[in-house]
Structures are given as C-alpha cells and as structure tokens.
Design a protein around this ligand. Structure first.
Ligand code: S3P
Length: 182
C-alpha cells in the first residue's frame, strides 16, 4: 500500500489549497485534518478551543491522525501544529507516508494572516509578534518532521505541480525498492 502525501507547515502556508490541487492532479482523495476533526466533533475548531481548550484539541488531532494514517494513497493537509507532536509524525511514517514541509518565509505568512478571524491561536493582541514567536519556536520542528521541503512562495498551482511530480518520483522509487527486496 502506498502511504499518504502529508503536507505540513505553518498556518497560512497553503496546506489545504495546495493539497487540494495536488490531489486533483494526481487523481487521489484529499483529506483536510482540521475538517476531519470538525466533522467528527460536530464543532468548528474555534469552538473546540473555546469549550475544551488546546490540550483537548491536540488529543482529538492525534486520534484523527491515527485514523487517517490507517488509509494510504491520499493527500493529507495537516493543521499547523500537527507535526509538532512526535506521535503524529510517527503514525504517518509508520504507514509509509511522506511528509512535505510547505516552506513560506515569515514575512509572507504575517501578510497572509494579518486579517485572519478563525484561527484560535491568532486571535490575540499584537498578532505579528505572536506569529513571529510561534514561527521561531516551530520552524525547526517542521524541518525535523519533514522528509522533503518545498519552498512555496509563488502560486498554489505551481506548488501543486511540483508536488505532484515529487509524489510520482518518490512513490515510484519506493515501489522499485520494494520490488527489489521481494
Ligand atoms: C493550528 C493550526 C490550524 C488548526 C488549529 C491549530 C496550529 O490549522 O489546526 O487552529 O497550531 O498552528 P491551519 O494551519 O490549517 O490553520
């Protein structure tokens, strides 16, 4: 079974937009982790944070990762915090998934997120500083979790094309290696 193509990276880096387009190009199903959690809980992410807090949200997220990691052959967009938790990275890698970091520089993210109204971690005063602090804390974790980093500073369409090519190369290679072993 092929693993999943898993997109990680900071809020606003385009995981969902690029993921959807990549899935379309490859003819694969697309799953957005946040949407999956929302459907399961029957609540929006903002409501989950408000009513139960971040810790509870992270438990739901890990459960969702476990469920999704059981199925391969999909394009999965993580939330911005998903791969900061080693158990989530482990679950993805155990089913042969490839994790790709969509790298977008801090200034561009700050620009994209300046008017955001639905991300609970950003609804605070001094947003640009909040983003910068979180980014600095997280970037090394993203790099560590990712098998591949894709710089994504132009359009979602171009990132998706490059990702689709990468996917084909990576998974073809894996299948070749597998065939050599058997
Ligand atoms: C989070 C990012 C969000 C969502 C939740 C927490 C984070 O996903 O999972 O608000 O910790 O960065 P997006 O990156 O899709 O906004």
């Amino acid at each position: 079974m092929k693993g999943n193509l898993v997109l990680c990276g900071f809020m606003g880096c385009g995981k969902t937009t690029v993921g959807k387009r990549t899935a379309k190009l490859l003819g694969l199903p697309f799953v957005d982790l946040d949407e999956y959690i929302e459907k399961k809980a029957g609540m929006k992410i903002t409501e989950i944070f408000e009513q139960f807090g971040e810790e509870e949200f992270r438990k739901m997220e890990t459960q969702a990762v476990r469920e999704i990691a059981k199925t391969g052959g999909m394009v999965v967009a993580c939330g911005g915090g998903t791969v900061l938790y080693p158990q989530n990275v482990k679950a993805f890698h155990e089913n042969g998934s490839v994790i790709v970091l969509l790298y977008v520089p801090l200034v561009l993210l700050q620009e994209r997120l300046k008017n955001d109204t639905h991300r609970p971690l950003l609804q605070k005063p001094n947003r640009q500083q909040v983003i910068a602090n979180l980014y600095k804390k997280r970037i090394s974790h993203y790099r560590k979790a990712a098998d591949i980093t894709l710089r994504s500073t132009s359009t979602a369409a171009s990132a998706a094309r490059r990702l689709a090519e990468l996917y084909q190369k990576m998974f073809d290679k894996k299948e070749e290696n597998q065939a050599e072993k058997t």
